[in-house]
Design a protein around this ligand. Structure first.
Ligand SMILES: CC(C)(COP(=O)(O)OP(=O)(O)OC[C@H]1O[C@@H](n2cnc3c(N)ncnc32)[C@H](O)[C@@H]1OP(=O)(O)O)[C@@H](O)C(=O)NCCC(=O)NCCS
Length: 170
């Protein structure tokens, strides 16, 4: 079964694969080398889960083996306090892709965020050509809302992003 748990120092190296290795990032998650990631520092000083701005959880499989991470950041849509949404992101380690962890983990993190914050909306954006992530979000109960045209620079060009969301109670 796919589970979520806090990230520990032993996870940090593998969870940074996609920042150092174009193959680990793959077609839709390679943004060039990002060697200065501060994940280890955030684990060390206990800010990897920040109740206000966002956080990250490790994803594990049946055997408790690390298979990836899922993270969330705050998006404000109104000056009224409490109207923030969470925008989630996910990376499954290359050898564990295509086994259902991506869909299960995104369902679990939405449940987690609705249980532990008053947010009404959990959203995700992904390249409009990233079929695996779009399918994973749909399987996790997210609804496609539309396309952000030319929103993300990656791989030498501007790319369209598909927008998905799940509202409290859905
Ligand atoms: C996208 C990603 C999170 C999906 O997680 P996953 O565990 O590999 O996906 P799942 O096994 O849950 O599969 C979800 C659905 O996508 C389909 N799928 C998986 N890989 C696919 C691929 N390469 N092409 C097309 N469909 C694919 C699955 O068949 C499944 O649909 P189905 O049940 O109808 O058959 C994962 O592949 C990944 O981390 N990719 C690289 C990073 C990335 O793209 N992150 C998202 C960036 S916003």
């Amino acid at each position: 079964m796919t589970r979520l748990r806090p990230v520990v120092m032993a996870d940090a190296e593998r969870l940074g694969d996609w920042r150092r290795d174009p193959e680990a990032g793959g077609e839709f998650q390679w943004f060039g080398y990002m060697l200065g990631g501060d994940l280890k520092k955030r684990i060390e000083d206990g800010t990897v889960i920040d109740r206000v701005d966002g956080g990250m959880l490790a994803i594990t499989d049946d055997e408790g083996q690390l298979v990836g991470d899922v993270s969330w950041t705050r998006r404000g849509y109104s000056p009224i306090a409490g109207s923030e949404a969470w925008n989630i992101g996910i990376v499954i380690l290359t050898e564990h892709r295509g086994r259902g962890h991506g869909s299960a983990a995104q369902r679990l993190v939405a449940d987690y965020l609705f249980a532990h914050s008053p947010a009404n909306r959990v959203e995700a954006t992904t390249d409009s050509a990233n079929v695996a992530e779009q399918r994973a979000l749909e399987k996790a109960g997210f609804t496609r809302e539309g396309v952000l045209r030319g929103a993300q620079f990656r791989g030498g060009r501007w790319n369209d992003l598909a927008v998905y969301s799940k509202l409290r109670g859905e």
